[in-house]
Design a protein around this ligand. Sequence first.
Ligand code: OGA
Ligand code: MN
Length: 216
Amino acid sequence: MVAVSDWTGHFAELEGRGYFILEDVLTASQCEKLIQDFDKRREMGEFQDAGIGSSAEVQEKIRRSELVWLDHKNPPSAAEPALSLVEDLRQALNRRFFLGLNDQECFYSVYRPGSYYRRHVDNFKGRNSRIVTFILYLNQRWERSRGGELRIYWTADKIPGRPAEKKADQRLNLQECFLDVEPLAGRMVVFYAPELEHEVLPCHADRYCITGWLRR
Ligand code: OGA
Ligand code: MN
């Protein structure tokens, strides 16, 4: 894990936009070890079809992917670097925003070719216990043709910066108001779970990540 020495700037983005993105938080070999652990568990049949809502009902029109829930207090050794960074994040969020985040959910997530997760927010209807979402991507290489970007929706007024600068930023689509994030190894996306709408675009290659929520 690459320790984050100062969360201040990232938390300002979280307040302003509702999300932030970090690069290189895991090394290539840490990502590699994780993927090996994923593949071992796939061979052992530990992955299950991901469901939606509190009943975790599988609805293939909305979400097609596979997961293994982890015990974050007793994680597989391959997941330790990732989860110790998440623990660091949890404590820093509590210090900065007094969020009282004291619980966590987390899982190994695989999108095989043909998978996706349509536009959604990360909370069950009427419940808001998931406060902050984190996603750590593991694929060493990723090309456009593979699809599978994380699409983050937002309202244009939330985007800080001068209009001309925003126009020049190729990754921003101001008309549609979304940002597409490639699922690249070492990249971590953190966002405010109750509000931020997002989706995983249809994916054409195996896509690996660790996903979870900080809760209270
Ligand atoms: C989710 C989700 C995004 C991703 O699992 O709820 O939105 O990039 N995942 O895998
Ligand atoms: Mn989600």
